[in-house]
Write a protein that binds this ligand. Structure first.
Ligand SMILES: [Zn+2]
Length: 391
């Protein structure tokens, strides 16, 4: 990478810090990113020179820069949203750290992508292909990757690779996307008085059968690819002297391997249906009703060890003085969706920190000096790879 681009990115670190703070202080819980998206859209507009710049209908910000005609095309995505519903998300500075809700995950990631946009305007390396820089909504929680899904679908056929940016992932390079499925499982019965209607089916008891039926399906600890099953929330019933007319629980299934997840999904549904169908019945009472409603679906996939994108990331690390070997991790980020489509994708970061998704979230500022130019090198490196056959 020509030195001018790297130097511009190194010089951008104080601006990245200031911008990360400004972004963080605009609350942006999933599904409510509009104010933060407008701020980021304005910053992209100030940079200028885009072939296309949009704030789309769900508050994704997308900036497109056309490059060399036959160059490979790269989509870069940093999510805007946070897990915090708070009306105020102040940032504190001190001792080489920034502390604030969402500062590392992912305000600094968005700020770093803006810095790349600025450095491109000032000193773009030659021969880069098209670049699509996106700030996406709904990466967290129940957002189900709504933002990146839309960007990937709208721009389908216009990118060869995807690089997701998670602020705190400087020592991690994502090579697998953990797929997950989430359900709200509800049992309903006629209920009745615990004395007077005694013997009618009880929704809580039937639901308990369904949960117990899942137990033998729980994947063993240490099994590869790692696959998990969790009942995370339970509720139901009316009063101690009422036969419960309804009961519900939430189920989370995950795997580093989509096929294993699909098998577990089928087995779990079968087991729950069987458990409810075989619940003891009072003659003449209608059988309990079971409803399995999907409340979450995050797709997954993986980047092969020998993929050119992974090699480009490793070259960028070496060129940026990041000597410690990174953890090649299985994650759940904006990279998951393109991975599920078979598009080479990864997720990288620009600094380190901790306690994300808690009110104590913090990040270090010193690693940005290498981390921000590293992100630029990853993007420029990806943009120099050959086009993928699918692209
Ligand atoms: Zn994140």
């Amino acid at each position: 990478m020509p030195d001018a681009f790297a130097r511009a990115l190194e010089r951008s670190v104080p601006a990245v810090i200031a911008e990360a703070i400004a972004i963080c202080e605009i609350p942006a819980p999933s599904f409510h990113e509009h104010a933060r998206a407008r701020f980021v859209h304005e910053r992209f507009a100030e940079i200028g020179g885009w072939d296309q710049l949009e704030l789309d209908g769900i508050a994704n910000v997308v900036a497109v820069r056309r490059g060399a005609a036959r160059g490979s095309r790269t989509l870069v995505a940093a999510h805007l949203d946070t897990v915090f519903p708070d009306a105020s998300t102040p940032v504190a500075r001190g001792r080489g750290r920034l502390t604030g809700r969402g500062i590392g995950d992912n305000s600094v990631g968005v700020a770093a992508v803006l810095a790349v946009g600025r450095a491109l305007a000032a000193a773009a390396p030659r021969a880069l292909g098209d670049l699509i820089l996106a700030a996406t909504v709904c990466e967290e929680g129940r957002g189900d990757l709504r933002g990146i899904r839309r960007v990937c679908d709208v721009y389908r056929g216009q990118y060869d690779r995807v690089i997701a940016v998670e602020g705190l992932s400087l020592q991690r390079v994502q090579t697998r996307g953990v797929a997950s499925l989430r359900y709200a499982v509800t049992v309903t019965t006629d209920g009745g008085h615990s004395w007077g209607a005694y013997g009618r089916p009880n929704a809580i008891a039937v639901l308990a059968r369904a949960i117990t039926a899942l137990e033998p399906l729980m994947p063993a600890i240490g099994v590869e690819p790692k696959t998990t099953l969790n009942v995370g929330v339970i509720g139901g019933g009316r009063s101690v002297n009422t036969i419960a007319p309804d009961a519900t629980f939430e189920l989370d299934l995950r795997s580093a391997d989509p096929a294993s997840l699909a098998r577990l999904d089928r087995a779990a549904k079968r087991a729950m249906r069987e458990a409810v169908a075989t619940a003891p019945l009072t003659p003449k009472m209608p059988p309990p009703e079971l409803r399995i409603a999907r409340i979450g679906n995050r797709p997954g996939g993986s980047l092969p060890d020998e993929d050119a994108l992974l090699r480009a990331v490793m070259r960028a690390r070496a060129a940026s003085g990041l000597t410690a070997a990174p953890e090649l991790n299985a994650g759940s980020t904006d990279a998951n969706y393109p991975l599920s489509l078979g598009v080479p994708a990864t997720c990288v970061g620009v600094t380190t920190g901790g306690e994300s998704h808690t009110p104590r979230e913090w990040m270090r500022t010193a690693p940005l000096r290498r981390g921000v130019p590293y992100l630029g090198r990853v993007i420029a490196g990806a943009a120099r790879l050959p086009r993928t056959p699918a692209g």
